[in-house]
Design a protein around this ligand. Structure first.
Ligand SMILES: [Cu+2]
Length: 62
């Protein structure tokens, strides 16, 4: 991710998933902070959505 536009693309991809209540993406650090319902969506689903949007992702549990 290089700019806010990228962060916004990733944020939109994450928030488009069912079960995601909040997604915060910081292009400077490269981290996304996602609040989601684990009964509806998994971290692997989140990573897949980010990859589909054209970015790399590596799930990291809080
Ligand atoms: Cu960008």
């Amino acid at each position: 991710m290089k700019c806010d536009g990228c962060a916004e693309t990733v944020r939109g991809a994450l928030q488009g998933l069912g079960g995601v209540t909040e997604a915060k993406v910081d292009h400077a650090s490269g981290f996304a902070d996602v609040t989601y319902d684990p009964a509806k969506v998994t971290s692997a689903d989140l990573a897949a959505a980010v990859e589909k949007a054209g970015f790399g992702a590596r799930p990291q549990e809080a």
